[in-house]
Design a protein around this ligand. Sequence first.
Ligand code: FEO
Length: 171
Amino acid sequence: MISKKMEEALNEQVNAELFSAYFYLSMESWFKSKNLNGFANWMRVQTQEEMTHAMKIYDFIDERGGRITLKAIEGPQTEWDSPLAVFEAVYEHEQKVTGLINDLVDLSIKEKDHATNSFLQWFVSEQVEEEASADAAVQQLKMVESAPGGMFMLDRELGQRVFTPPAAEGE
Ligand code: FEO
């Protein structure tokens, strides 16, 4: 059985992951409006990943005999100045999420909740990847800023990203 404190904190994280999905879906629609469909695809895959993060925590709360309580999801930003500004926002957001995951790990230690601690380790590793892929896109965008045709190439490259459900990753 999960403690009330841990249950509440995990419920907050479900909301944060759903907000992340909403945030990236908003970015997808921005890229679509600019006819950058490869970037839009990257954001769609990112949205799907965030949905799986939310559902993973949702299922875990339930499995531990907790109560899932859904809260309102904040409206995301809808406009950005450039593709680089979008990915800088992704990177910043993922760093924030890493902080939230770290806080959850700290709480699980405080609560002596080893099961939740073990569960959260997947998210600790996932955040390393999340930050790295956002940062890689920021660096690529900085490189192509002054190269004609570079944006087109990058759009094509990001259009290759496909969603892989966590179960298929052998976790
Ligand atoms: Fe679910 Fe991108 O962190």
